[in-house]
Design a protein around this ligand. Structure first.
Ligand code: SF4
Length: 276
């Protein structure tokens, strides 16, 4: 999942201890200076936080979307969506200042996602074995209320171990996110990895270097540079050349302009058009 903040998911069946684990992690992470947001997957199909007949429900029924209810100490944002997209959650919580996101549930959406650190709560040894076979990528720990035996962490008693493992994941993830932020972010595959995320992980492990990011390497050789508010936008050679030719074509058609094609041309695009 594309996110600029580390994401953890606490997964497991009903009554396996997910909420207890999240309560513990939230308080431990807050103590260490993180701002934590959580999100819970609700499996009831017709669930709504809104109450039928309320003013906000009436706004929504009239077609308003989103509807935002604001009281003196709370803001509730009700967004109607056909199939809610989990990808918006990290961006949303980040805009409210959170720098860690913990998900409760969402198993089918995050189990294969290597960027999400998973803590899996089990109710028995059998369930642990079952999850061991299906769990993929970045499993931080298994937890249980029962005495399942190592490596399953006993909920409450062994919480310091869980905290340590979680902090280890967060530290590693923050480093990978910093690397990812410095790569071109085009997911072009020209470094031999499918995504920039995969490449960032390899760089973190010391198995690759930044020079292998093709758009970064050729940046100085490109004939076009685009930056938005001072931040460079990575360009593929084809796109760079296409822009160069389009701009040269437009400019050469201007009155009293004669160009050879090797001049340095600067175009600035500012905010909204002001009435003159
Ligand atoms: S070459 Fe750079 S932009 Fe392309 S996938 Fe690799 S890291 Fe990402």
């Amino acid at each position: 999942m594309r996110s600029k903040i580390p994401i953890l998911a606490v997964l497991g069946r009903k009554s396996s201890g997910k909420t207890t684990v999240i309560e513990h992690l939230v308080s431990e992470l807050l103590k260490r200076g993180f701002s934590v947001a959580t999100s819970k997957h609700i499996s009831h199909r017709d669930f709504s936080i809104d109450t039928k007949g309320s003013d906000t429900w009436r706004h929504s029924s009239a077609g308003a979307n989103p509807v935002i209810a604001v009281s003196s100490n709370e803001m509730s944002i009700i967004v109607k969506m056909k199939s809610p997209k989990i990808e918006v959650i990290p961006h949303l919580v980040q805009s409210f200042g959170a720098n860690i996101l913990i998900l409760e549930g969402f198993s089918s959406m995050v189990m294969d996602d290597k960027s999400v650190g998973k803590i899996i709560c089990v109710r028995s040894l059998e369930e642990y074995k079952e999850f061991m076979e299906s769990a993929r990528g970045n499993v931080i720990a298994f937890c249980s209320f029962q005495e399942v035996g190592k490596p399953v962490i006993k909920i409450s008693e062994d919480f310091p171990i869980l905290t340590e493992k979680t902090l280890g994941f967060i530290e590693r993830r923050l480093r990978i996110l910093r690397i990812l932020d410095s790569l071109a972010g085009l997911d072009c595959g020209k470094c031999g990895r499918k995504t920039c995320e995969e490449m960032a992980e390899k760089i973190y492990l010391g198995e690759a270097s930044m020079d292998e990011c093709f758009p970064l390497r050729i940046k100085s050789e490109l004939s076009t540079r685009v930056s938005i508010d001072g931040r460079d936008v990575p360009l593929q050679p084809f796109v760079s050349e296409f822009m160069r030719k389009t701009v040269l074509g437009m400019i050469s058609s201007l009155k009293n302009v004669s160009i050879k094609g090797d001049e340095e041309i600067r175009i600035e695009v500012k905010g909204e058009k002001k009435s003159i």
